[in-house]
Design a binder for this molecule. Structure first.
Ligand SMILES: Nc1ncnc2c1ncn2[C@@H]1O[C@H](COP(=O)(O)OP(=O)(O)OP(=O)(O)O)[C@@H](O)[C@H]1O
Ligand SMILES: [Mg+2]
Length: 337
C-alpha cells in the first residue's frame, strides 16, 4: 500500500463537506456541498464546466449542484454508504491539490461516535466508517486521491478545542457545545478543558434545512423556483436587498418571502433553545458551531440570560470543526518532529 503524502482534516457533514489542510505552512479550507444523483452526466453539453462522473461498485453517480433528483444525504446511514465515499472524494478534488495518497481525519455524529448510555466510544461504528471510506471508487476520465488511512473523530466537540484552552476554564467548568448543522442538531457537554464528555445528544429533525425548505416554498410562491443552493444563499444574504431582488421575480412579494424566512429562523431558534434547555439546564458556558450557529444565537441568548458573554459563536462556525481538527493535528506533528 502507498504511503500517505498529505493529511486532510475533513468534517463530512450531511449537507456540506468541510476540509482543512496545511499547504506551504498555511492552513487552507474549503466547503464542498453534497449534491449527487444517479447515472452520469453528458460531457458534451458542458464544455466550460468539469464533469464529475463516478462509479462505486456497479453504480454510477454524478455531481449535480442544481438537480431536483439529488440523492438525500441527510440520514444516519449516509455515514456508512456510497454517498459518503463520494462526497469525501469529491471534496478532496475541490482542494486543488494534485491527487496523491492521503491520510484523512473524518467525523461521525456524536451520537454515533459515543454510546449514548455510557459516553464510551462506539468502536463498531468507528470501524464501519473507516472501512467504508477505504472502498474502491473511480472517476471517469480522471484521477482520485488514494485514501490510505482514516482516523475517525466525533463531530461538534473538537470544534472548541483551542477556544476552550485559551479561555481559562477550570476542571469543573461545564461547557455546552451546540452544533446546528444542515439537518441535525448535535450537543455535548465538555467538562474542564476536555477532561471528560459528560453527555451527548443528537436530533435529526432539527437543522437549517427547516429554513431552506420554507425559503424554497416561499420562493416558488413568488414565481421564483430555486435550488437548495440558491435558497441557502438567500438565507445568508437576506439583508442584502439588491441580491434579494435579483432572486425573487415577483417584486411585490419580496417582503413576504423575507418574513417567511425570518419566521422559520425564529422557529428553528426556539426549537434549538428548547432542546438545549432540556439537555443542559445550567451550563457554565455555551459555544455555538455549525452553519446554523448565527441563526440560532439570539434564541440561545434569551434562553440563557444569565450567561451573557459566556455564550460564544465560534468564528466561522461552519468550518470551525475542520479547522480545529487540522490545527490540533498540526500541533501534534510539530511536537513529533
Ligand atoms: N452565515 C450563514 N447564515 C445562514 N445559514 C448558513 C450560514 N452559513 C452556512 N449556513 C447554512 O448552514 C447549513 C450547513 O451547515 P453545516 O455545514 O454545519 O451542516 P452539515 O455539517 O453539512 O450538516 P449536519 O451537521 O447536520 O450533518 C447550510 O444549510 C448552509 O446554507
Ligand atoms: Mg455538521
Amino acid at each position: 500500500m502507498a504511503v500517505a503524502k498529505m493529511k486532510f482534516a475533513i468534517d463530512d457533514g450531511s449537507t456540506n463537506v468541510k476540509i482543512s489542510w496545511i499547504e506551504g505552512g498555511q492552513m487552507r479550507s474549503i466547503i464542498s456541498p453534497n449534491s449527487f444523483r444517479k447515472d452520469w452526466k453528458s460531457a458534451a453539453l458542458l464544455s466550460d464546466k468539469k464533469v464529475y462522473n463516478y462509479q462505486v461498485g456497479t453504480t454510477k453517480y454524478t455531481f449535480d449542484a442544481t438537480s431536483d433528483k439529488a440523492l438525500a444525504t441527510t440520514h444516519v446511514a449516509y455515514q456508512y454508504d456510497d454517498l459518503n465515499l463520494l462526497s469525501v472524494h469529491h471534496a478532496l478534488l475541490q482542494t486543488g491539490v494534485t491527487p496523491c495518497p492521503v491520510s484523512i481525519m473524518v467525523t461521525l455524529p456524536i451520537t454515533e461516535y459515543y454510546n449514548a448510555d455510557d459516553c464510551q466510544k462506539n468502536e463498531v461504528n468507528i470501524a464501519r466508517k473507516r472501512a467504508n471510506l477505504m472502498r474502491e471508487i473511480s472517476l471517469n476520465k480522471g484521477e482520485l486521491f488514494e485514501i490510505v488511512d482514516v482516523e475517525v473523530l466525533p463531530e461538534s466537540l473538537p470544534a472548541v478545542l483551542t477556544t476552550l484552552m485559551d479561555s481559562g476554564v477550570n476542571e469543573y467548568t461545564k461547557s455546552l457545545v451546540i452544533d446546528c448543522g444542515g439537518t441535525t442538531l448535535d450537543m455535548g457537554v465538555i467538562v474542564g478543558e476536555f477532561e471528560d464528555v459528560s453527555a451527548v445528544y443528537g436530533n435529526a429533525e432539527i437543522g437549517v434545512s427547516m429554513v431552506t425548505d420554507a425559503a424554497r416554498k416561499a420562493l416558488a410562491a413568488a414565481d421564483s423556483d430555486a435550488s437548495y443552493l440558491v435558497a441557502n444563499e438567500l438565507i445568508k444574504r437576506r439583508h442584502d436587498r439588491e441580491f434579494v431582488e435579483q432572486v425573487i421575480n415577483d417584486l411585490t412579494k419580496v417582503d413576504w418571502v423575507l418574513s417567511r424566512i425570518d419566521d422559520k429562523i425564529a422557529e428553528l431558534g426556539a426549537a434549538v433553545a428548547h432542546e438545549a434547555k432540556i439537555f443542559a439546564r445550567n451550563p457554565n458556558r455555551i459555544y455555538l458551531v455549525g452553519g446554523g450557529a448565527h441563526l440560532v444565537a439570539p434564541a440561545i441568548e434569551s434562553a440563557y440570560p444569565s450567561l451573557g458573554e459566556k455564550i460564544t459563536v465560534v468564528p466561522e462556525p461552519q468550518s470551525a470543526l475542520a479547522r480545529e481538527i487540522c490545527c490540533y493535528h498540526a500541533a501534534d506533528q510539530a511536537q513529533a518532529s
